[in-house]
Design a protein around this ligand. Structure first.
Ligand code: OAD
Ligand code: ZN
Length: 238
């Protein structure tokens, strides 16, 4: 079976990571949509770094949940599998999903890179002692290696997704824990399904993508996904 999966913040909710638009998404009464921007960073880099540091600490303390693990199981048994995650946390990776089967389309919160030149720190670069780390190469401010609102996606990551979709329609498309507000997310989901596959949405709430789904499971991902994968195994459909 060819499988294509899209995940959003909802898949990490049961690991204790707040979603962006859920009721506990705000931080110090600030809207994440207003913090994850180049304008916010230029205006107050100290505040933006404080937000990302706190998120890094929360993610480090969190564990992958049953939904992350069920996807690893599915990836092991599927003939072809690609996950596009909008999440910048490392819970899919820590659950055991191989890097070649996953694209972090909005970047990696643990990456630190220069806001001006191409210098990138190795993963988990510890600069906690500096409130705002400076680039050792050019002296400009360093920033988290994530995509901010209005920024372009990494074209190499887009190519990975486009190549996978170009190799043929998928038998199973899963869209898990996302409001699917970005056009490219619903576009990729629709093209992967290709008018013939199953497009299953796993989300307790209705979303922009719900009307295109062939099935909608209105349950939390950590409940729904293990059941779904178990079901696929039982019917030899993986
Ligand atoms: P959102 O916060 O927009 O949506 C989270 C979704 O998860 C909602 O539809 C919830 O109903 C659902 N949800 C909550 N708990 C769940 C659970 N236990 N199981 C399954 N679903 C659950 O987060 P995203 O859709 O991921 O982009 O947001 C997409 C992007 O918008 C983010 O990557 C970020 C944000 O701006 C950038 O930072 C560029
Ligand atoms: Zn630099």
């Amino acid at each position: 079976m060819r499988v294509f999966v899209i995940s959003g913040a909802g898949i990490s909710a049961e690991s204790g990571i707040p979603t962006f638009r859920g009721q506990n998404g705000y931080w110090r009464n600030l809207d994440p949509a207003k913090l994850a921007t180049t304008e916010a960073f230029q205006r107050d880099p100290k505040l933006v770094w404080a937000w990302y540091r706190e998120r890094r600490q929360r993610i480090r303390a969190a564990q992958p949940n049953a939904a992350h693990k069920a996807l690893v199981d599915l990836a092991e048994h599927a003939r072809a599998f690609l996950l596009v995650t909008q999440n910048v946390d490392d819970l899919h990776a820590r659950a055991g999903l191989p890097p070649e089967k996953m694209v972090q389309i909005h970047g990696d919160i643990f990456e630190t890179r220069c806001s001006r030149c191409n210098w990138r720190a190795e993963h988990d670069y510890e600069h906690e002692h500096e409130t705002i780390p400076a680039c050792p190469k050019c002296g400009a401010l360093m920033r988290p290696g994530v995509v901010w609102f209005g920024e372009m996606l990494d074209s190499r990551k887009i190519d990975i997704v486009e190549n996978y979709l170009g190799a043929g329609a998928c038998d199973l498309v899963l869209v898990i824990g996302t409001t699917a507000l970005f056009g490219y997310i619903s576009d990729w989901a629709g093209r992967a399904q290709g008018g013939r596959g199953r497009l299953i949405e796993i989300n307790p709430e209705e979303t922009a993508l719900s009307r295109f789904a062939t099935e909608r499971i209105r349950e939390p991902a950590a409940v729904a996904l293990p059941n779904l994968v178990q079901n696929l195994h039982c019917r030899g459909r993986c």
